[in-house]
Write a protein that binds this ligand. Sequence first.
Ligand code: 13P
Length: 250
Amino acid sequence: MRKPVIAGNWKLYKTAPEALELVSGLMPLISGRSNVEVVVAPVFTVIDRVRAAIAGSGIFLAAQDCFWEEEGAFTGEVSPKMLADVGCSHVIVGHSERRQFFAESDAAVNKKIRAAVGAGLTVIFCIGETLEERESGNTFNVLSGQVSGGLEGMVPADMEKVIVAYEPVWAIGTGRTASETQAQEAHAFIRSQVSKLFNAEVAQSVRILYGGSVKPENIGGLIAQPDIDGALVGGASLKPDSFAALVNAA
Ligand code: 13P
């Protein structure tokens, strides 16, 4: 009922030639996989080149962030409308690297999500606790605050355009994946929070992705969990073979 999603977050990697090499290597390896929503999120500067390269492949195009205003005197920002204009269907919002290094608050994340949904984009809304928060027993408090803060003011219909990504900060780029049990427990909790904020139907249909050191070797056990609907992938999305293996495992 929930179509799995495998999304590659390229972060600050790939020049244009490198990005084109990646997608041209990837496309033949995953062609015909219509039962998985495959998304790639390049840096802003190569979005248009990647769009042209993946046209007709069924791969969806995402940006890694957006601003909440449509236009104006906001030097350096990119609006959801502009992302849609250049062919993006998806946008990642609230990634922990943005929260950590660029001080993005739940309130800013909320404004971005609402603007992006308003522009017709599907948002990959990232949440996740730090190691300190987990070790002090605050995981569920943190997740609950991030979910309610990020989705404030939204109505059930908006949630058709939201995919949640649970990315425990301590598992990102560390090679230390959450165990299947830890991930499933967090996903079930997030789904229960979505049910409280909206309703059971929204909670049953929202896709919740796991992110944090996902690799071909561990995707099988994660995606087999009842509340894990796919993955948001960093490192393993940067090579055609490993990303294709994730898509083909989903
Ligand atoms: P890694 O897969 O490199 O751990 O990154 C996860 C992530 O942050 C995806 O958004």
